[in-house]
Design a protein around this ligand. Structure first.
Ligand code: GAP
Length: 513
């Protein structure tokens, strides 16, 4: 396998050379503690002090994440009549990963400090140094350093990377020394054994990307679904990578979820589709409520021999612009590799006529891939929604924190409160709750003062709070409070379902695509 392959693995599978601030800033710390405090994300197995780079989604987090995943799924499979979904297994035949190149090339360069025994990603150490140059106002020096490192990695010159770390006088933050080991390549795939006998032949991997489950099912789906090119296969599922550096919360995890779509096309049409998907995916992130200025494209500078184009969509996290999605024009590399290794034809007979009036005939389709991390998308949505405001005047002035989530993504759509716990108000509120819960995820809450109840909902991003008061008992109206403006209005109970329904519908997002 030539170094071009390694290059593409670096380009497509790992974080791109991208200068970011090395330290997590205050806003990000606030987002992390908010996520923990209000049931969005917990460290995994926390009672045992957690497991590095592994996180659990709590009661509000799972709702938000499911809404993001459902939205993506419906965007792909419902809005596009030529895209269908699958759910492939995490375990795959080990030959899959030989064919895809992951066994030989899915590596990160690592280095250990001999004194602290701590392990680092060599490229991240250098990127952090570059970020320091940039922070000190010398962006040019930082960029040059990153480029130099990229050249060394492309040439598989690990000694050169080691020497660069030494030249830059980079020290281990734990031991404070520069007593480094050599740089080695570290395969990111987790492996395990099938059956009871631990032999090499029984080794299987936890998939590092969901895409291969789509490639190996290409013909199954094409034939059984009578799909005609161009068509896409979408999938959401877990992926696993033994990341050396675990930091920035759920940004880089060892177990994470991907939402990937492989779009199978005619050879020669890849640039048209690449452009199409690039635009569509950017629009999708914007439609979720992420401001245009917080998103940008980052083209991959160096492409492998079979990649026509590759770009990341980056979101400006509190710790800098970072990749949330990759769009890759992958030619026919993966299907061709699987043909070679499986000795099965993975081709399509295209009977449409070309410009010479002849059928296009048999070919291995080209692929444009869109690949977005569900967890990174979740984190971007959460960071974007986290809002601190000063409200009120004079003595009334106070700080307000709330999540300005798109209502279609909010974990809870409405909270129903009786003003007081007597005179039939709780029963009336419960009746409204029972009706609304047939359509929406709503909650009923009667404890504490009304102000506190509003605050609790603001903190998890609930777009509506509905209050049943004495007037309700007379005229069947309630007050409805909007999360962002805190404005309250009086509406008939019979209109609640339509008001909430219109606001939380995915349609409001689909219409922007
Ligand atoms: N099939 C192509 C592929 O896997 P990638 O750029 O390595 O490409 C795609 O990954 C997306 O998966 C990234 O844009 C990111 O959102 C997400 N992702 C990758 N590694 C991740 C990790 N360690 N933790 C969380 N999300 C990750």
């Amino acid at each position: 396998m030539g170094f071009e392959f390694l290059t593409v693995i670096f380009e497509v599978m790992s974080e791109k050379v991208n200068v970011t601030a090395p330290v997590e800033n205050n806003t990000f710390k606030k987002v992390i503690s908010h996520a923990k405090e209000y049931g969005f994300v917990f460290p995994s197995s926390e009672i045992y002090d957690g497991l590095q780079a592994v996180y659990d989604y709590g009661q509000t987090g799972v709702e938000l994440k499911n809404n993001i995943k459902n939205l993506w799924w419906k965007t792909m499979t419902q809005l596009n009549d030529n895209i269908v979904g699958i759910d492939a297994s995490i375990f795959m035949h080990p030959a899959t990963w030989k064919a895809s190149g992951h066994v030989d090339g899915f590596n990160d360069p690592m280095i250990d400090n001999k004194d602290s025994k701590k392990r680092y990603r060599a490229d991240v150490l250098i990127e952090d140094r570059a970020a320091e140059y940039e922070a000190k106002g010398d962006k040019k020096k930082g960029d040059e350093l990153v480029k130099k490192m990229a050249r060394l990695l492309e040439a598989s010159d690990l000694k050169g990377v080691h020497d660069l770390i030494v030249e830059e006088k980079i020290i281990c933050p734990v031991s404070g020394t520069s007593n480094w080991t050599e740089v080695r390549q570290f395969n990111l795939m987790f492996s395990t054994q099938v059956g009871s006998v631990a032999e090499e032949s029984n080794t299987i991997y936890l998939r590092p990307e969901t895409a291969q489950g789509i490639f190996v099912n290409f013909l199954n789906v094409q034939k059984t679904g009578r799909m005609k090119i161009p068509f896409g296969i979408a999938q959401i599922g877990k992926a696993f990578r033994n990341e050396i550096v675990a930091r920035q919360f759920t940004f880089r995890m060892r177990e994470f979820e991907q939402m990937e779509m492989q779009f199978f096309i005619r050879p020669g049409e890849e640039m048209k589709w690449y452009k199409h998907w690039k635009e569509m995916r950017m629009k999708w992130h914007q439609a979720l409520g992420i401001p245009v200025k917080k998103l940008r494209f980052h083209d991959h500078e160096k492409l492998a021999h079979y990649a026509n184009a590759a770009v990341d969509i980056e979101y400006e996290f509190p710790f800098g612009f970072k990749e949330i999605e990759g769009i890759h024009s992958r030619t026919n590399f993966d299907l061709t590799q699987h043909e070679k290794f499986s000795k099965k034809k993975l081709q399509f007979f295209d009977n449409d006529l070309n410009e010479n009036g002849k059928p296009f005939g048999n070919y291995v389709p080209y692929v444009v891939e869109t690949s977005v991390g569900a967890d990174r998308c979740f984190l971007a949505v959460l960071c974007n929604a986290f809002t601190e405001e000063t409200v009120g005047e004079g003595e009334e002035k106070k700080e307000r924190v709330y999540l300005k989530l798109h209502p279609a993504l909010a974990p809870v759509k409405a909270a129903i409160f009786p003003l007081v716990k007597k005179d039939g108000l709780p029963e009336k509120a419960k009746k409204i709750f029972d009706d609304l819960k047939l359509d929406f995820n709503v909650i009923f809450e009667e404890r504490d003062a009304i102000g506190k109840r509003y605050t609790r909902q603001d903190l998890i991003g609930t777009p509506f709070c509905i209050v049943v008061d004495y007037q309700t008992m007379e005229d069947e109206t309630v007050t409805i409070r909007q999360r962002d403006s805190m404005e309250q209005s009086r509406v008939p109970i019979t209109e609640l379902s339509a008001i909430i329904g219109e606001s939380v519908s995915f349609k409001t997002i689909f219409e922007k695509l």
